[in-house]
Design a protein around this ligand. Sequence first.
Ligand SMILES: C[S@@+](CC[C@H](N)C(=O)[O-])C[C@H]1O[C@@H](n2cnc3c(N)ncnc32)[C@H](O)[C@@H]1O
Length: 232
Amino acid sequence: MNFLDVASGSGALSIPAARMGAQVLAADLSPKMIDLLHRGARNEGLSNLEGRVMDGHNLELEDDTFDITGSQFGVMLFPDLPRGLAEMVRVTEPGGKVLLVSYGPPMNVEFLGFFISAMQIVVPTFSGPPMDPPPLPFQAADPHMLRRRMNEAELKDIAIEPGVERLTFRTGKEMWDWVTNSNPIPVQMISNLTEEQKVDVQLALDDMLRERASGKAVAVLEAEVNIGIGTK
Ligand SMILES: C[S@@+](CC[C@H](N)C(=O)[O-])C[C@H]1O[C@@H](n2cnc3c(N)ncnc32)[C@H](O)[C@@H]1O
């Protein structure tokens, strides 16, 4: 099948889809992410995966093209989520599926809580990102809101299922690199830190991850997710 991954990042959805044999187009605004995706595809010898730099608000693609269009932790953080979703629907074939994966409420997203706590150890006056209104990545955290958005996009047979994302980290530096490359909230949170403070946050994360791992090689952090599927 033809699968489009919108805001693909380095390929968390695209690469497994390509491994399963789909013809995959991965679109992301960031050239760096598309480079990483191409590197991952090359490493696995996946010739059925193409990455293109593209704004998900304005896909440079024909109508009615893909069997499935998906976006995992992507369109959920767009400044104009309805527009991003409408674009996904537009390029999906009639009868095809649209898949949206979004985070649940911030308090159930452990990597964010860990990051905020590590920031507070280093900068005791830091009170966390503003939560009223919630930051963009949480605009579809409520499953009812996700359903409403999918309804407004005129999708049919909508199902919203709960899920859990499990992330594993070995070190504070590994978690820092992942978090600050994948989510705009932490990027904004660290914008005023000195280089020394950045290292201190990584050391604080190290301690917290070691405690969570309790003797194991990796710490597992969980996040509540909503998986929305609809038919065009
Ligand atoms: C949290 S990451 C998710 C990446 C991947 N889908 C995953 O599941 O790991 C969000 C991605 O959205 C991309 N992004 C943000 N705004 C975008 C836009 N307007 N159009 C396309 N991609 C966008 C970012 O570059 C980033 O790679």
